[in-house]
Design a binder for this molecule. Sequence first.
Ligand code: AMP
Length: 404
Amino acid sequence: MKVLVINSGSSSIKYRLFDAKDYSMLAMGLLERIGEPGSRLSHHWRGPTGEFTETVYDRRIQNHREGLMLVDSAIAESGILGSCSELFGVGHRVVHGGETFYEPTVIDAAVVDAIRKLAPLAPLHNPANLMGIEASLEHMPGVPQVAVFDTAFHHKMPPHAFHYALPSDMYAKYHVRRYGFHGTSHEYVAGKVAVHIGKPLEELNIITLHLGNGASASAIRGGRSIDTSMGMTPLEGLVMGTRCGDLDPAVSFYLGRSTGKSGEELESMLNHESGLRGICGLNDMREIQRLADRGETRARLAFDMFCYRVKKYIGAYYAVLGRVDVVVFTGGIGENSPDVRKDSCKGLEGLGIIVDDKRNNSHGDGICEIQKEEGSVRLLVVQTNEELAIARQTMQKIRSLNTG
Ligand code: AMP
């Protein structure tokens, strides 16, 4: 049996197919530009020797349902799945679970409805996730489907961490609070850390830094997220690829008045044209580092602002946790940029956070320790794997139904 994981965006479908026995990956792919000219599926599948082969399908795809049919036929053509009856289940990434969902949830019509009702809190994400879910329910009607929420891991944050200092009926009536995101990744890497250092998660205080195009930090005590940098939406917190992160709310009102931009236009600017891209025109950290190293001042500023904000959150979460055993770097930037790791920790030696340059520069795949011997905090680079975590949670949920 196999398990399929789907991460659906407004014009894209990312997927991974795992063997349900050992969670080895059988196929992965990305379909882009759904409903636009130039739709393209890049499908990677594992052959009998274990090597992955890429097949590309260029054809017009009108909607997510057609998209899933193409994914299905790409998987079938590569000979790794005969029919949907070989699927134990399908796991869907859903960005916002609000206060309704805090564990993996089997999807039925009522759940679809509830996710839709959360759309006002997450207009950029939940409707896009739902397009994939609805297409998948239609296309694979007999297969159990499970929603795994990005917010779920943070749902036990204490009230003093999740509330905003706003009039209380803004929470009571409109559910305005901090929810946090990237939960699947923060939880996954924290679990990996505990196994790696051979201590129960319950005994560890960890700061996890998920640094990718989206970026967030989390303070984890005893396996539980007690604070995180993203808020009601993924806009708050760290500087990101295209999102501004922390911002004086008055900036939005001021910009509304002085530029004449509508609320929607401002929301789009803060989400898509800000962050690293806003500062220097680029959101690929590799390019930014290359230009910064050549002395390009805007790229240098973007790099410095990114690392400075990470450092501020490390300091804040050190204070929140009181004692820190491990700081984890993960995500595309956290896993691959020694310079970002080094600069984010610069000046934190007094907290026992000391990067060893040689270890930091030479780390390979898997989990690596990059602290100096004399540092009291272990600094780990851990590869995240949100899709694998979703596959596992999907399987566990379906198994619990079958046995319960
Ligand atoms: P993610 O969203 O987790 O896929 O991460 C994407 C980000 O990782 C992009 O900003 C990439 O530029 C960045 N990234 C990937 N590889 C490297 C690298 N070797 N050095 C610096 N940044 C990297």
